[in-house]
Design a protein around this ligand. Sequence first.
Ligand code: UDP
Length: 238
Amino acid sequence: MALPPLKRVLIKLSGEVLMGNQQFGIDPAFVSELAHEIKAAKETGLEVCLVIGGGNIFRGMAGAAAGMDRAQADYMGMLATVMNALAMQNALEQIGVQTRVQSAVQMDAVCEPVIRRRAERHLEKGRVVIFAAGVGAPYFTTDSGAALRAAEMKCDALLKGTSVDGIYDSDPKKNSQAKRFDTVTYDQVLASNLKVMDASAVALCRDNGIPIVVFSIREKGNLARVLAGDGVRTIVQG
Ligand code: UDP
């Protein structure tokens, strides 16, 4: 299975990749490297939407595990994604890529609210649109936010750039025999509970026919390779 021709994509980056080699937070030098990769992708003529997680700063589940109210902790996680979006906006604009941040939690002094038709216009004008705060509700993650925005912006694929280079049949960190899938179906991912994205995100992509590509964004040049139909990755399709 190959990807369809790509004109518009949604790139989802896990928050943890913004840490670079740090244990926490944002490494501006690594964010700048990521920005260069995104710029290169855009220069191939693609329209690019971006969603960035918040796990490098705060995850609601971790807060809840430590005794916090889950919804309250999730709102903190959403705010973390806005910080990451602003860091990426800064890095992209420093290298001449025009961007707009749209947040699902309104923050007038900082960024725009999510307005689909306005986002369309930004893409037409060659801007990268960074969608922050996931779906804007607790009990969700930015994977679901990415699937939702990919569907409403009619993206041709959702590219999930993370720390692992694809989807495995078992955890490669625990099992040296773990095998990476080249391609896998949405239903296989859901039925085998393969740890790649939340079930809600996978189901939304399945129902809207959006292929998901899971790849490592930590390796330089990988985004370009994956977009060219090359490189190490797993494709999730119907
Ligand atoms: N979050 C949320 N609703 C959303 C998106 C995110 O409540 O629609 C919160 C949730 O607490 C999550 C945190 O924001 O743990 C950070 O997002 P995520 O865990 O998806 O980040 P990633 O793992 O991609 O870095």
